[in-house]
Design a protein around this ligand. Structure first.
Ligand code: ZN
Length: 264
């Protein structure tokens, strides 16, 4: 049995995707656990990224202080169009925000449950697609900062959703469209001010996840409601572990939970 502080799984773009978690200071392949039983039990201890230990988080894996004061929980994290670092205006911590926002960003189209639009830093594009469980993705535009990418995304949301149905994604119930055709169609709607950021020759990336069998229904395990389980792992998609009996576990949702973890 190991003590494990749950964090987002690390991924590597292979066919299929490779997933890793840190156990005892060593990266351990999660793909190798497929077919085995995993047990997790949680004793009401969570640890915020600031180091504070408590019984439960205030909101969204943050303690009270971090939720209201940390730049990692600021409104522009969820709405890039609210970014202001390019104007030298501080939201919560200008130095942090400049580093985070003033770097190349990509507006992308991907297919997770269906077509969606999103924004991410250029250096995390493929890992973003993997984390969302997207089976295909294409870069749409590249901007010098997060604000402009957000502006393009807001415009594209008139035509394309920015949401994923995680249930459909996990069931492998995916509505595919031709991303090249969609990209060309959406490009034609952009005004010249935004059009100059369009990427002309981007290609489709296909993503294949290590899933033996997709669940027919999806029942989510939440440790706050059900603090221990032992189930056989049958696949990994996005940031979800898929178990037999149609059970799924959202790893990212449990970031900061301190658990006992064992493999049998
Ligand atoms: Zn905190």
């Amino acid at each position: 049995m190991y003590k494990l502080l749950i964090d987002k799984m690390k991924t590597k773009y292979n066919n299929p995707i490779d997933y890793y978690i840190m156990i005892n200071n060593e990266w351990c392949s999660v793909n190798n656990l497929i077919g085995k039983s995993i047990s997790i039990s949680w004793e009401n201890i969570v640890i915020c990224s600031c180091g504070r230990k408590m019984k439960k988080f205030y909101r969204q894996n943050f303690c009270y202080d971090c939720f209201w004061n940390s730049p990692e929980a600021s409104p522009s994290i969820f709405k890039p169009e609210l970014c202001t670092a390019h104007l030298n205006i501080e939201e919560r911590n200008l130095e942090w925000e400049k580093k985070f926002q003033l770097q190349p960003h990509i507006v992308y189209l991907s297919i997770s449950s269906g077509l969606k639009v999103g924004v991410t830093r250029k250096n995390s594009l493929v890992s973003r697609w993997i984390d969302q469980g997207a089976v295909e993705g294409i870069a749409f535009a590249e901007t010098p900062n997060r604000y402009l990418a957000g502006k393009i995304e807001v415009f594209l949301k008139n035509y394309v959703s920015d949401r994923t149905s995680w249930i459909k994604m996990l069931k492998g119930d995916v509505t595919r469209v031709d991303l090249i055709i969609k990209k060309n169609e959406l490009s034609s709607y952009l005004n010249p001010e935004l059009k100059k950021y369009l990427l002309k020759n981007s290609s489709i990336n296909n993503i294949n996840f290590p899933v033996k069998k997709f669940p027919e229904k999806v029942k989510s395990i939440v440790l706050d409601k059900n603090n221990q389980f032992k189930l056989k792992l049958i696949g990994i998609k996005g940031q979800y572990l898929i178990f037999d009996n149609n059970k799924v576990f959202n790893v990212r949702r449990h970031k900061g939970y301190l658990v006992d973890f064992s493999i049998t």
